[in-house]
Ligand binder design. Structure first.
Ligand code: HEM
Ligand SMILES: *[C@@H]1O[C@H](CO)[C@@H](O)[C@H](O)[C@H]1NC(C)=O
Length: 484
């Protein structure tokens, strides 16, 4: 009897404690009624979170919340409200939340998951260093053009037979950020580097696994259990040790007065920063890992989408090729200067980015103080996810949001910028690599279409269905690159 009473008492106590812990201000964004302890875990369809949230955003509007485990998250949709967060009230939402994986890997350092003073310093330093290497004796443009030649050669070796372009494109794109950060590129035949790229890819896919999302909600328990989150931790450790090796080599053979790349510049900065500033070895590791990861996966995924769309829409591909032939011809490589005279190609690249929507919820943000948003109170520390899908596919902004239609970015034959085009996000914490990424997309894409026509293999129609991991990327596919 006494034991039963005790159990009932304990049960009631836990429920009340859970309720108290979960309690939010009265005008917090609305959410469905949560289960005790688990919150909205059943509401989240992990296989397809975008689909699962559909009814919620229809029912609750542009700002609503979900609570799972120890985490609360506010979802923000619609161009006006997203712009409110990123631009109008941008100063209040510059921070990132402490997600368990980010904490384990980056520990509040680096570029993507740092906050406050550390973030500001690292970001300013990285932007100016990227700019220096862009303007140095070998410009970024030249590096990309050179890499395009390697990529064209490697794809030419397939002789028009069906092949999976994934790791060649990955390697080519990665080589650009590698040459800036480490000072060298890697041959596509380098097994060690190919293995690293495959690990990176596995990481991207695994992050879409339900267990990984659960880990973010219940890190305390799952830390001790086996599962894919352990594989993810292991891969991050391997990538980190790759970066640490690179840094160690630089320390051995660098000339303190000379800088060959990002790591050298950072080591110089560390030598100057002797008063406990944030230029420390751990931040160098985190920044380098950030650049390597962000600079490889996103741009490569976009190019893989672009090839798939070209194979699916041959008449659009033919118009791009006609423009390349008219402006560049076949005897020289495309250059950034050509972009202004190639409105159609530019529009196609923008439309690929819009429709492939590779980061559908942006990178999470956090309120850095108590903030009012759309009439709701978001206490300091509230995590926000921005619904980029709702902007990139908004019926009010785009004539045919669900169709691949380069006309979205054309007006009277001229390229036309669109405000609701925000794959790189907006405001002070928008993508740090936007300029680099746009240069890579233009130069790689035009170099490939100058030399090849992309077609689906005879036996298989290409699928435009996506898989969701860290990015929304194409399912593995094979394609034919017919020499022109
Ligand atoms: C098509 C290519 C790319 C897309 C679509 C993309 C998109 C994004 C987005 C949406 C964010 C989050 C911004 C925010 O929170 O508002 C971001 C952040 C970031 N991106 Fe990119 N990115 C691309 C390429 C690159 C490249 C090539 C680099 C390499 C330099 C890069 C480096 C970064 C970094 C370091 C951040 C974190 C910035 C910060 O927190 O301050 N990105 N990117
Ligand atoms: C995001 O926006 C899309 C398109 O408007 C909508 O279908 C989806 O339910 C939204 N998701 C969330 C989590 O708000």
């Amino acid at each position: 009897m006494a034991l039963q009473t005790l159990l009932v008492f304990l049960g009631v106590f836990l429920l009340v404690a859970d309720y108290m812990r979960r309690r939010k201000p009265r005008n917090f964004p609305p959410s469905p009624f949560p289960l005790p302890f688990l919150g909205h875990i059943l509401t989240m369809d992990f296989g397809d979170p975008i689909q699962a949230a559909q009814q919620l955003s229809e029912k609750y509007g542009d700002v609503f919340s979900l609570h799972v485990g120890s985490m609360s998250c506010v979802f923000v949709s619609g161009f006006q409200m997203v712009k409110e967060v990123l631009v109008n009230q941008g100063e209040n939402f510059l921070d990132r939340p402490d997600l368990p994986f980010d904490v384990a890997v980056f520990n509040g350092g680096g570029l993507t998951s740092s906050n406050g003073h550390t973030w500001k310093q690292q970001r300013r330093f990285t932007l100016s260093t990227l700019r220096n290497f862009g303007l140095g004796k070998r410009s970024l443009e030249e590096r990309i053009q050179e890499e395009s030649r390697y990529l064209v050669d490697a794809i030419g070796e397939e002789q028009g037979h069906p092949f999976d372009p994934h790791f060649k494109v990955n390697n080519a794109v990665s080589n650009i950020i590698c040459s800036v950060t480490f000072g060298n590129r890697f041959e596509y035949s380098n097994e060690h580097f190919q293995k690293l790229l495959q690990l990176l890819d596995k990481l991207v896919i695994l992050h879409g696994h339900p267990a990984i999302q659960l880990y973010n909600f219940f890190p305390g328990i799952l830390k001790y259990l086996p599962g894919p989150h352990q594989t993810v931790s292991k891969i991050w450790k391997l990538l980190e040790s790759f970066v640490r090796d690179m840094i160690a080599k630089h320390k051995e053979d660098r000339q303190p007065s000379e800088s060959r790349d990002f790591i050298d510049s950072y080591l110089q900065e560390m030598a100057k920063d002797d008063r406990g500033g944030c230029f420390r070895e751990e931040n160098l590791v985190a920044c380098t890992l950030d650049l390597f990861f962000a600079g490889t996966e996103t741009t490569s995924t976009t190019i893989r989408w672009a090839l798939l769309y070209m194979a699916t829409y041959p008449e659009i591909q033919a118009r791009v090729q006609a423009e390349i032939d008219a402006v560049v011809g076949q005897s020289r490589q495309p250059a950034l200067e050509d972009r202004a005279s190639m409105p159609y190609t530019n529009a196609v690249i923008h439309e690929v980015q819009r429709i492939s929507n590779i980061i559908p919820f942006g990178v999470p943000r956090m309120a850095s103080r108590d903030v009012m948003l759309g009439g709701f109170l978001l206490p300091k520390g509230t995590m926000l996810m921005l619904n980029f899908t709702s902007v990139l596919f908004d019926k009010k902004e785009w004539a045919t949001p669900d169709a691949f239609n380069p006309e979205h970015f054309l007006k009277d034959g001229q390229f036309c910028r669109r405000e609701a085009f925000l794959p790189f996000s907006l405001g002070k914490r928008a993508c740090l690599g936007e300029q680099l990424a746009r240069a890579e997309l233009f130069l790689f894409f035009t170099a490939l279409l100058q030399k090849f026509t992309f077609r689906p293999p005879a036996d298989a129609a290409p699928s435009l269905r996506a898989r969701l991991g860290i990015t929304r990327h194409p399912r593995p596919y094979r394609i034919c690159a017919l020499p022109r």
